[in-house]
Design a binder for this molecule. Structure first.
Ligand SMILES: *[C@@H]1O[C@H](CO)[C@@H](O)[C@H](O)[C@H]1NC(C)=O
Ligand SMILES: *[C@@H]1O[C@H](CO)[C@@H](O)[C@H](O)[C@H]1NC(C)=O
Length: 309
């Protein structure tokens, strides 16, 4: 006589099955043993799994045992068929098979050679073959200081994957040279190894932006009566404090065109400066050249003397 269990399988509290331990964290290739115990008389007790499936007749416990777990399998399920209702139930094992990355590396993503102050650059950290990615945290360090943390908890994959993380940096002349590195850490919970397994990249040296070190002076001084006021225009940012000065002095001006306008109530004149980057010899020496395109000797003299007094 065939028998069909149409009732949904119970799991959780109503299920008289206890897994010991209930959550296991296993390193790739390690052995694992979990026992499933029935808390009331059971007819059949077994493990449903792609590996080491097993069942017993009228035993109160059954073990799921793998000597070297290297398969990215679905979580095994312990099931019981009982003499009394509920006749059948099951309990899923919370199984985490983890693998530390094969490698982790860091590089400049879209640039090589010296950096220019004030520009954005991307550093890329790549992690090969890590599992499960949802437990991974990538930590970025500048020297000893953690500067950014990238979590992958929104991803789900039990088998190994490759992931990457990008850090955007804006080098400043005022900073020192720095070493960046990224560290992959698998935080697997209390059942996992302590401290959490981690792997660090080789450090990446990032030199501070290079220029000759010399200051550049752009002198737009004009004479006039009334005294002229100044303004500067450039595709690059000009520090706020210098925007209305006659003379700009800085060691961090980027190459490009700088236009100064001197004006008073009577006249307006402009002067352009072009800063070019010069690569010297074979080395990485950078020097700055200033080209003054148009040079006006400003003379914003008051033409109607009586109006200017
Ligand atoms: C690198 O990429 C960032 C972001 O996409 C961009 O802002 C920056 O200008 C790039 N840098 C270079 C040197 O291409
Ligand atoms: C700028 O040029 C003016 C006029 O030539 C000069 O008097 C002044 O000293 C210069 N300023 C600087 C800081 O070089």
């Amino acid at each position: 006589q065939g028998l069909c269990f149409l009732a949904p399988l119970l799991s959780g509290e109503g299920c008289s099955l206890v897994l010991k331990p209930s959550r296991v964290v296993v390193g790739f290739g390690e052995s694992v043993t979990v026992s499933c115990e029935a808390t009331r008389p059971v007819r059949v007790l077994g493990w449903e799994s792609a590996i080491s499936a097993v069942h017993t007749q009228e035993d109160q416990s059954v073990q799921w045992k793998v000597d070297s777990l290297i398969d990215w399998i679905e979580e095994p399920i312990c099931y019981g068929v009982f003499f009394t209702a509920p006749r059948q139930c099951e309990e899923k094992l919370n199984l985490v098979l983890y693998k530390t990355p094969d490698s982790i590396s860091i590089r400049q993503a879209n640039h090589s050679g010296p950096m220019v102050e004030g520009k954005e650059y991307q550093l890329l950290c790549e992690v090969q073959n890590i599992a499960p990615v949802q437990y991974l945290t990538l930590r970025w360090y500048r020297g000893q200081t953690e500067v950014y943390q990238h979590s992958f908890s929104d991803l789900t994959s039990s088998s190994p994957v490759q992931v990457s993380s990008t850090l955007v940096i804006t080098p400043a002349i005022a900073e020192n040279d720095a070493e960046y590195k990224c560290v992959a850490e698998l935080e697997l919970g209390p059942e996992g190894p302590q401290p959490p397994p981690s792997l660090a990249s080789e450090p990446l040296a990032v030199s501070k932006p290079k220029n000759s070190g010399a200051e550049i002076t752009l002198n737009c001084t004009a004479t006039g009566n009334p005294a002229p006021v100044y303004s500067w225009q450039s595709p690059h940012l000009i520090e706020e404090r210098m925007k209305a000065e006659a003379v700009i002095t800085s060691s961090s001006l980027l190459p490009g065109r700088y236009t100064c306008t001197a004006s008073n109530t009577l006249e307006k004149k402009s002067k352009q400066f072009i800063i070019k980057e010069q690569i010297k010899g074979r080395g990485k020496m950078y020097e700055w050249l200033i080209f003054v395109l148009f040079f006006f000797v400003f003379s914003l003299r008051c033409k109607l003397d009586h109006l200017c007094r």
